[in-house]
Design a binder for this molecule. Structure first.
Ligand code: SF4
Length: 405
């Protein structure tokens, strides 16, 4: 029996899918994460944008093309938001976003035709050299454009001991701490700084997924600095460089405060890479507001910018606000992407000639590639395994050409 567990959306979905795959494998089912011929399809969906929701719906017909008689199971944010859109002929069970262990129990019991008892997610399979460890779920922020808090619910954090236990059993050299809102980890119990302090024992490269401004404190940064192999790569979510748009988004910081947080990061880690997300064309965004988003890209010294056109999500506060014309969004998005590309070029250019530890992960027959702590993809000629110090020689493909020692 073969199952496909296909995932759309964020790293948290990927971690949960990996755990579902492990639970199926433990029960003797062959699994794949690629849409391919199979007897069972488990589709872990996403609702972060209207486009993601559309793609989630499409997955059912894509799976059916491989096997019209297959059993299809759906879970994730898109089915949490609107289960009815997935309750189609042939879909055997529609779960939600919140309790994927319970969902896996339903699916496995259905496959074997008997209650399989509790399913406890064990250690997910490492994704190549990088393992993703989920440390929290949910978000309490209610940004006015975001549907996630309604789908994933309030913040719940894993105990530090459980995170440490998982990391100490992982064989991958790099671990990415992930969650829906990692910055909210462990509120009232020392928060993210306490977890980072507890990680000072590990020699693994520790990377963090997306952070909010509120996470950047002296206490947090000095706890990060005590981790011997900490990757100073901070994905610090911005969304807009305009104070009035940030207010409308219900984001609790100003442009000046954001830049102050960037300065704190650079003071603690002079070679830090700061990446971000920016939304183009949020409701009411004027040309002046947009110019503020454009200009902050250079000021913050981002190493990479993920820019998106605003897409209103039903059920959020911003859904009822007047949307701006699609051609204006498109033009602004294009300008943000261009400015982001120029910022990434500047970041890379300033690092050519320097040496960085690279953990190698992919050999394409000619070059082996891997990532620096600042997430520059580096290509070295020939097949290389493990980790090496690499001098960055020149720009190459989507990163740099390197020479390994
Ligand atoms: Fe959504 Fe804002 Fe929470 Fe991020 S911080 S998940 S954007 S509500």
């Amino acid at each position: 029996m073969k199952a496909v567990v296909f995932t759309l959306g964020c790293k948290v979905n990927e971690v949960e899918s990996a755990a579902i795959m492990s639970a199926l494998e433990e029960r003797g089912i062959e699994v794949s994460d690629k849409l391919s011929p199979a007897d069972i399809y488990i589709l872990n969906t996403c609702a972060v944008t209207a486009e993601a929701e559309r793609k989630s719906r499409q997955l059912i017909s894509r799976a059916r093309k491989f096997n019209p008689a297959a059993s299809v199971y759906v879970c994730g944010c898109a089915s949490e938001k609107n289960a009815a859109q997935f309750s189609l002929a042939g879909v055997k069970y529609v779960g939600g976003a919140r309790d994927k262990e319970q969902f896996a129990r339903h699916v496995i019991s259905d496959i074997f035709g008997a209650d399989c008892g509790d399913v406890t997610f064990g250690l997910p399979k490492a994704v190549r050299t990088r393992a993703f460890v989920k440390i929290e779920d949910g978000c309490d922020n209610f940004c006015s454009y975001c549907v996630i808090p309604y789908l994933r619910g309030r913040v719940t954090s894993r105990p530090i001991a459980s995170v440490i236990d998982e990391i100490s059993r992982i064989s991958s050299p790099e671990v990415v701490l992930t969650g829906i809102n990692v910055s909210a980890y462990g509120k009232g119990e020392g928060g993210l700084p306490a977890l980072m302090r507890a990680l000072s024992f590990t020699d693994k490269r520790i990377r963090l997924s997306s952070l909010e401004c509120s996470a950047i404190t002296d206490e947090f940064l000095s706890a990060c600095a005590r981790i011997p192999n900490f990757a100073p790569h901070f994905h610090l979510s911005l969304q807009s460089g305009s104070d009035s748009v940030l207010r409308a988004m219900n984001r609790h910081y100003t442009r000046a405060q954001y830049l102050e947080k960037c300065a704190m990061i650079y003071a603690a880690f002079p070679d830090a890479a700061i990446t971000t997300d920016i939304i183009a064309g949020f409701c009411g965004e004027s040309e002046v507001d947009f110019a503020d988003s454009l200009s902050i890209i250079g000021e913050a010294g981002f190493s990479r910018v993920h820019a998106f056109a605003f897409s209103p999500r039903e059920g959020t506060k911003a859904f009822s606000l007047p949307d701006i014309p699609p051609d204006v969004k498109k033009r602004r998005l294009h300008a943000l992407l261009q400015a982001g590309k120029e910022a990434a070029d500047r970041y890379l250019q300033a690092r050519l000639g320097k040496k960085y530890p690279v953990i190698f992960e992919d050999f394409d027959g000619e070059y082996t590639s891997g990532y620096t702590p600042g997430y520059i993809r580096v290509y070295c000629k020939g097949e290389i395994k493990g980790e090496a110090q690499v001098a960055l020689l020149d720009k190459f493909r989507d990163g740099a050409l390197g020479s390994a020692e």
